[in-house]
Design a protein around this ligand. Structure first.
Ligand SMILES: *Cc1c(COP(=O)(O)O)cnc(C)c1O
Length: 386
């Protein structure tokens, strides 16, 4: 299947066959493919001014940065392109804050992360991944990271030392298999971090932008982190646009020349990011994610099969866990594809459903029908039907 065209929740292959996109390029296409307002903003800005570098001010970036601080309730934003770059920005900020503000001895700063994390693919980031494949052949890795179980605030409490600068966490682990921690977990982490003088940095690259039914997933726990990382849907499904947004306390450590990006914050990306935010709020896509996410979750829970171990999620960010003794997630994903539904497995144990937030009930009903049909076909799965 080779994708050639997309519109809204639909994708078409080269032969004109239509598919319902239940994956949205890992939540990058939350607004739907080719959203008319975002296309218009992209084209208009491209005709006017696209790239200036940060050597000069441009008239679009300040509006975008200001909007980012408003929607996150934080003070300052630093723009970049892909998600991993924004995570690197956050890590640099955390370490420098550790040395300059907290007073950690030079070269000793530690950052705590979680087992099963996914924060991108740079050498630093894969260095603290718990996924062997992501690390294999890419070492040596940067020191200064410590991994603890996800969802366990006591483990965080125990892992903090006087040299801990920050705790970097996904409010819901995406690549890890749509792992939703117990309610209150992030609030407890926030309290511990505050008491111990450690920054709480939430990687909301996938969970942000309304994906889980709030603008940020951390808002479910009423938590305001010291820093938030955004990406994916921030680019409106069209461009790589990411940002690290943080408090003044954190961001004050960056001085001109400390950090940078040639394309980060270019006027084209800023115009698209601004429009992506505007559409998200004006078309009430966040409320839609909450409401239709509940609906999709409830509908998926009506699919009865001995192959399903769990269905979980928040908003339109849902994982269906497979009993891998009986079948594997890839088999399901392939059969859904044959029926015109695009989804993606994570680690062959869970299938993720994260459609564009513009999806409607009828489309959800049709998708769930296909899911039900696939599990009906597979039956008990023990014979591994081809
Ligand atoms: C996708 C993702 C990243 C990495 O973003 P890229 O744009 O692929 O570099 C980082 N963190 C999370 C939680 C992600 O889902």
């Amino acid at each position: 299947m080779v994708i050639a065209h997309g519109e809204g929740v639909w994708l078409w292959d080269e032969h004109g066959r239509r598919y319902l996109d239940m994956m949205s390029a890992y939540s990058s296409v939350s607004h739907g493919h080719a959203h008319p307002r975002i296309v218009a903003a992209l084209v208009a800005q491209a005709q006017r001014l696209s790239v200036t570098s940060r050597a000069f001010f441009n008239n679009k970036l300040p509006l975008f940065l200001k909007r980012l601080t408003e929607v996150t309730g934080l003070d300052r934003a630093l723009p970049s392109n892909g998600g991993a770059e924004a995570v690197e920005t956050a890590l640099k900020a955390a370490r420098k804050w550790g040395y300059k503000i907290k007073g950690i001895p030079d070269g000793q700063a530690e950052v705590i992360v979680c087992d099963g994390n996914f924060h991108g693919r740079s050498i630093t980031i894969v260095g603290f991944s718990s996924e062997a494949q992501y690390r294999d052949g890419f070492g040596p890795f940067a020191p200064g990271f410590r991994s603890i179980p996800f969802g366990d605030s006591r483990a965080l409490e125990a892992a903090i030392t006087p040299n801990t600068a920050a705790f970097l966490v996904e409010p819901i682990q995406g690549e890890g298999g749509i792992v939703v921690p117990a309610s209150g977990y992030l609030a407890q982490c926030a309290r511990i971090c505050r008491e111990r003088g450690v920054l709480l940095i939430c990687d909301e690259i996938q969970t942000g932008m309304g994906r889980t039914g709030k603008f940020l997933a951390s808002q479910h726990d009423d938590v305001r982190p010291d820093g938030v990382i955004l990406g994916k849907a921030l680019g409106g499904g069209m461009l790589p646009v990411s940002a690290f947004v943080a408090t003044n306390d954190v961001m004050q450590v960056f001085h001109p020349g400390d950090h940078g990006s040639t394309f980060g914050g270019n006027p084209l990306a800023a115009a698209v990011g601004l429009e992506a935010l505007a559409v998200l709020f004006e078309e009430k896509l966040i409320e839609r994610s909450a409401e239709l996410g509940d609906y999709l979750l409830a509908q998926l829970k009506t699919v009865r099969s001995p192959l399903i171990r769990d269905v979980r999620g928040r908003g339109l960010f849902i994982g269906l866990e497979i009993d891998t003794r009986k079948t594997d997630a890839r088999t399901i994903v392939r059969r859904l594809l044959q029926r015109g539904v695009l989804s993606k497995d994570t680690h062959s144990t869970a299938i993720r459903f994260a459609p564009p937030l513009v999806i409607d009930r009828e489309q959800i009903d049709w998708a769930v029908e296909q899911v039900r049909a696939v599990f009906d076909e597979l039956g008990t799965g023990l014979r591994k039907a081809a």
